[in-house]
Design a protein around this ligand. Structure first.
Ligand SMILES: Nc1ncnc2c1ncn2[C@@H]1O[C@H](COP(=O)(O)OP(=O)(O)OP(=O)(O)O)[C@@H](O)[C@H]1O
Ligand SMILES: [Mg+2]
Length: 250
C-alpha cells in the first residue's frame, strides 16, 4: 500500500507545488512509482509538468464529483514512474458542489482507495486556502508536510493550520502525522536565520532535518516546464529534494 502525503499551507507561495513536483521526481529517480494529485484550481502542478490545463477535458474535478474513476483521468508524465491527476479551473466549482454532499470531506480519500496499491507514493498539492479541497487532502493523507518559509509571520499561519489538523485528527483521520519543511531559506540574512531556529524550536520533532534554500533555479525550472531534478540535475536545489525523499523514506 502506498503512502499518501499532502502538502498544505493556506499561505500562498511557500513552495507547496514546487515540493510536490520535486519530491515526486526524486522518488521516481529512486525507482518508485508516484502519483501526483493537483488539488489547486490554479493548476500550478499540472503546468509545472508541462500540461496546458485549458486543454484537459477530464480532471480531478470529475473524480471528486464521482463522474469519472481515478484511473481514467490519471495521465502519465514525461518522467518515467510519475503519473498525474491533473486540475484546471473547473475545480474552483468543486468547493460549492461538494459541501452539500454527505461525507464531502472523504471524497478524495475514497477515490484514492482504488489506486493506493498501484503506487509507492501519492503526493497531494493543496491550494492556498483552508477550504473543502485542503480538508479533503488532510482527511486522505497519512502525513501532512507543511512547507514554512523562513520569514516573519510564518508560525502564525502554521498555528491556524494546526487547529484544522487537530480537528481532522479528532473527527476523521486520527493517525495523521505532521512534518514541517523549511523552505526558501536564505542563510545570508540574520532574519532568516532567526526564523529558521524559531521554527526548529517551535516544531520540535515535527521539523524535517532537510531544508530548502532560496534559489532562482526554481522559477527557471517552472518556466521550462520541468521539475528541478531534470532542469538542473546537479544543482544544490535538486540535491536537497533528493535528500528530502531519503529522509522521508527512512
Ligand atoms: N526554494 C525556493 N527558492 C526560490 N524560489 C522558490 C523556491 N521554492 C519555490 N520557489 C518559487 O516560488 C514561487 C512559489 O512557489 P510554489 O508555487 O511552489 O508555492 P505554492 O505554495 O505552491 O504557491 P500557491 O500557494 O500559490 O500554490 C514559484 O515561482 C517557485 O518557482
Ligand atoms: Mg501551489
Amino acid at each position: 500500500m502506498g503512502t499518501i502525503y499532502t502538502i498544505a499551507n493556506q499561505k500562498g507561495g511557500v513552495g507547496k507545488t514546487t515540493t510536490v513536483a520535486s519530491l515526486g521526481a526524486a522518488f521516481a529517480e529512486q525507482g518508485r512509482h508516484v502519483l501526483l494529485v493537483d488539488l489547486d484550481p490554479q493548476a500550478g502542478l499540472t503546468i509545472s509538468y508541462g500540461f496546458n490545463p485549458d486543454m484537459l477535458e477530464k480532471t480531478v474535478y470529475h473524480v471528486l464529483l464521482e463522474e469519472e474513476g481515478i484511473t481514467t483521468v490519471t495521465i502519465p508524465t514525461n518522467l518515467p514512474g510519475v503519473d498525474l491527476l491533473p486540475a484546471n479551473l473547473d475545480l474552483a466549482g468543486a468547493e460549492a458542489e461538494l459541501i452539500g454532499e454527505i461525507g464531502w470531506d472523504r471524497t478524495l480519500a475514497e477515490a484514492l482507495t482504488d489506486v493506493i496499491d498501484a503506487y509507492d507514493y501519492i503526493l497531494l498539492d493543496c491550494p492556498p486556502t483552508l477550504g473543502v479541497l485542503t480538508t479533503n487532502g488532510l482527511v486522505a493523507a497519512h502525513v501532512v508536510i507543511v512547507p514554512l518559509q523562513c520569514e516573519y509571520l510564518t508560525l502564525r499561519a502554521f498555528k491556524q493550520l494546526q487547529k484544522i489538523i487537530v480537528k481532522v485528527q479528532r473527527k476523521a483521520n486520527p493517525h495523521l502525522q505532521t512534518r514541517i519543511l523549511r523552505t526558501m531559506y536564505d542563510s545570508r540574512t540574520l532574519h532568516a536565520r532567526e526564523i529558521f531556529a524559531e521554527i526548529a524550536h517551535a516544531g520540535g520533532e515535527q521539523v524535517l532535518h532537510t531544508f530548502i534554500k532560496r534559489t532562482i533555479k526554481f522559477a527557471d525550472a517552472t518556466a521550462g516546464g520541468e521539475p528541478i531534478l531534470q532542469y538542473a540535475k546537479d544543482s544544490e536545489a535538486a540535491r536537497a529534494y533528493r535528500e528530502l525523499a531519503q529522509e522521508i523514506e527512512n
